[in-house]
Design a protein around this ligand. Structure first.
Ligand SMILES: [Zn+2]
Length: 137
């Protein structure tokens, strides 16, 4: 059975009232069989090309929760990449957040460091806009 997962790409400004996702809607590789898999795969290749990475890189594992925020360690965030490369995203996310997390993933894969402090210029160059949200990691 094809898994259908509504995956809303919206921009979150202001975040009045966070909906913290607790229910896992999808867990698996980004090219899994869910409704937004093509979108995520497209962004993955876009970011990878932008970063000039030519080698094959396995698709990241993603866990998608309901709501618009996820629990990352002891923080509530709009998305995060864990040190093992797994990406946590809420269902209500944005193109910026998805690409931002892919930059972390690809940095981890190519340098061994996911750059939690956002020192790499790729965050500016390849994730669509300047990193300003304290909420995103
Ligand atoms: Zn980040």
């Amino acid at each position: 059975m094809k898994r259908i997962l509504p995956f809303a790409f919206i921009l979150l400004f202001g975040c009045a009232g966070k909906e913290i996702g607790t229910k896992v809607l999808y867990e698996g590789p980004i090219n899994g069989n869910f409704v937004s898999s093509d979108v995520l795969v497209g962004y993955f290749h876009k970011v990878k090309n932008c970063m000039g990475i030519e080698e094959e890189v396995p698709y990241p594992q993603v866990v998608i929760y309901d709501g618009d925020h996820v629990v990352c360690g002891d923080r509530i965030k709009e998305g995060c990449t864990l040190t093992d490369g797994k990406i946590l995203l809420p269902k209500k996310t944005s193109d910026f957040i998805v690409q931002h997390e892919f930059v972390h993933y690809l940095l981890l894969h190519t340098t061994g460091d996911l750059d939690p402090g956002h020192k790499s210029e790729e965050f500016w160059k390849c994730a669509g806009r300047i990193h300003i949200a304290d909420d995103v990691s």
